[in-house]
Design a protein around this ligand. Sequence first.
Ligand code: SF4
Length: 279
Amino acid sequence: MEITVAKMAGFCFGVKRALDITFDLAKNSQERIYTYGPLIHNPQVVENLKNEGVDTVDSLDSPDINTIIIRTHGVSPKVYVETSKMGYNVIDATCPFVKKAQKFTQELKEKGYQVIIIGDRHHPEVQGLIGFAGSDVVVVDDTDQLPPLKNKVGIIVQTTQAFETFERIVSHILRYTREVKIYNTICDSTSQRVGETKELAQKVDLMIIVGGKNSANTNQLAKLSKDVCAKVYHIETSDELDETWFHNVTNVGITGGASTPQWIIDAVEYKIKEISVRR
Ligand code: SF4
């Protein structure tokens, strides 16, 4: 069996940066540290962090918190106000690309645009952006969700959104609104990973997508691979690999989401090599 691992598989710049900040802090701290929500969408990494003294909290009013880390996805301005009121030591690990999207969102609001965010309304990054966007904000991930729009509309897109979705919704809006300001805030790491995954999935008989089941960008990789490859499996670790998947398979592609550690991708590759040798 020929096995190809995507070059872009695994941690992106923003995730690496957030993990470096957090592990450094944990190493030099005598107390437990808290992240507001899971630092990244990968349960295995979150478990490792726990062993190093880093816990996840979903609420800001825990009496145990002294130092709190804001994760890569960022938060709304009201969270900064609350953490400051509580007197917490705040370490901001928001990805600089998300920060940029937040800055553009605020600018659109201040200039009187109705802000449209293209993305998943339940994703923490989008929840944070909503806080910068003003009361008439609209969040959509398809054209049929668009309400009647104002005459002056500003568009922002979730950093991990598929370009095709962004393009489709923007073209639709352009038909109905006079003044439109568009920021393409999809990050380069996402575009490159998506492009490489599509290309690889077209060439192989079977694609293995490695990453958290709760990771939006990993789910996106699985979805777009299914469009061009007949056999696609999304797994979190090598334990989920099933030898029967590989019957009559000659070429296997492996990729991983932005929050998937290299050691998990390596373990998956190693196990598939073992299966290949046994055949
Ligand atoms: S996917 Fe892009 S925006 Fe998101 S954390 Fe990684 S580098 Fe930052």
